[in-house]
Design a protein around this ligand. Structure first.
Ligand SMILES: Cc1ncc(COP(=O)(O)O)c(C=O)c1O
Length: 416
């Protein structure tokens, strides 16, 4: 593609399609070819590509003020977005700090937790993905590829087992018990509770395999955090803003985190991220001890406000839940005639199809071939996930139609 010789080659490419336009669930290449996009740019374009209301809000704000730097002056739109987030996040959360990416927001959550608790360590889950900065790389355990060549990484990060019913060959209740025992062992053997600032969990494990944490496990984590004074941080970067068929993935269990991390779907693709916590916790974060040049960018705020309006007023979250049910049912039917498709699971439009070879090992080769064939022969875009790359993940825009779900499942089945 023109100019590619001057673009760093470090980016892993899912495809090299020269995409120049997007609308709804469709992206269009320079020669006018249309593809059905079930990647959503890695679970970002919640309202679809270029939703007219989001585009209008961005255009309008760009004409007024592009960089209202929060230390220099305060544009009212920052407060407007914080007010709006306070109405949609769990009631444990009522103040917000803004930054630019999921990794930056995750780091902000850890900085907040360390400051307010006076404790150094952080527990993450096995299979986690929290970003690619130095600290979030240390918090990311989904693949060695994300950290190889960058070690040593920051210290003070400990890894607890994530409940994996399918992989462990048990039911969710047993998986929750086993994961909780592992966590208690970690607290007894490696990082004592009074040295542990936070437990960080993706309520639906994302990059690590699209595995919903059982509600019982999230409740047990909440109880353990209440017992020990450890802060519970929910990383909703991928699962938030309607992706699981509820506004936030923690809403399924009703578990109230102390800190919530948000990005991706918050603004339909405009780079803005946030953390939320109680005003009590935020009030203990020393003024001036954290910040950033671009946090609370007004165009990002406008894009987020428009996105939230579309998600909450236009039935988009209900659509995500209904299309998710349709998708699970359709994939269940495909699974019946394909024994290699060993597990179909998920919540809302965060669905995994996991492939296992006849000898029981993860089957990444089939996944790679299915993704390639769906793209080249059916013009449908998918991505994989999981430590072994043996899962096709389904993350279409939340505005996806029933017909588009059928087209994507038909392409997947034909490719299989
Ligand atoms: C759960 C989760 N947390 C954090 C991140 C990092 O977000 P970003 O790529 O915006 O830094 C991601 C990105 O995929 C994610 O899925």
């Amino acid at each position: 593609m023109s100019g590619d010789e001057h673009v760093a080659g470090v980016w892993f490419q899912v495809t090299d399609l020269p995409v120049v336009e997007g609308r709804g669930c469709t992206v269009v290449t320079a020669d006018g070819t249309e593809y059905l996009d079930f990647t959503s740019g890695i679970a970002v374009t919640s309202t679809g590509h270029c939703h007219p209301k989001v585009v209008a809000a961005i255009r309008d704000q760009a004409g007024r003020f592009i960089h209202s730097q929060v230390n220099c002056y305060r544009n009212p739109i920052v407060g407007e977005l914080a007010d709006r987030l306070a109405t949609i996040t769990p009631e444990s959360i009522d103040q917000f700090f803004f930054s630019n990416s999921g990794a930056e927001a995750t780091e902000a959550a850890v900085k907040l937790a360390r400051q307010v608790s006076g404790r150094p360590n952080v527990i993450v889950m096995d299979g986690s993905f929290h970003g690619r900065t130095m600290l979030t790389m240390a918090m990311t355990t989904s693949k060695t590829g994300y950290r190889a060549g960058y070690q040593p990484l920051p210290a003070g990060i400990f890894v607890a087992p994530f409940p994996r019913a399918f992989e462990w060959g048990c039911n969710e209740a047993d998986a929750s018990r086993r994961a909780l025992a592992g966590l208690r062992h970690l607290l007894a053997s490696q990082t004592a509770p009074d040295e542990t600032a936070a437990i960080v969990i993706e309520p639906v494990l994302g990059e690590g395999g699209y595995i919903p944490a059982p509600d019982a496990y999230l409740h047990a984590l909440r109880d353990l955090c209440d017992e020990t004074g450890i802060l519970l941080v929910a990383d909703e970067v991928q699962a938030g803003f309607g992706r699981t068929g509820r506004l936030f993935a923690v809403d399924h269990s009703g578990v109230r985190p102390d800190v919530m991390v948000m990005a991706k779907g918050i603004a339909s693709g405009f780079p803005i991220a946030a953390i939320g916590a109680s005003s009590d916790l935020m009030g203990k974060w020393p003024r001036g001890s954290h910040g950033g040049t671009y946090g609370g960018n007004p165009i990002g705020c406008a894009a987020a406000l428009a996105t939230i309006d579309v998600l909450t007023d236009d039935g988009v979250i209900a659509n995500a839940a209904a299309r998710g049910d349709q998708l699970l049912a359709a994939l269940g039917a495909v699974q019946r005639s394909h024994p290699g498709l060993a597990d179909v699971r998920g919540r809302g439009l965060m669905v995994a199809t996991e492939f296992v070879a006849p000898d029981g090992t993860p089957d990444a080769a089939t996944v790679a071939r299915v993704i390639e064939t769906a793209r080249t022969e059916h013009r449908v875009l998918f991505m994989n996930c999981g430590t072994y790359g043996n899962i096709v993940r389904w993350m279409p825009p939340l505005v996806v139609t029933a017909d588009e779900i059928y087209r994507a499942v038909a392409a997947f089945a034909a490719a299989l």
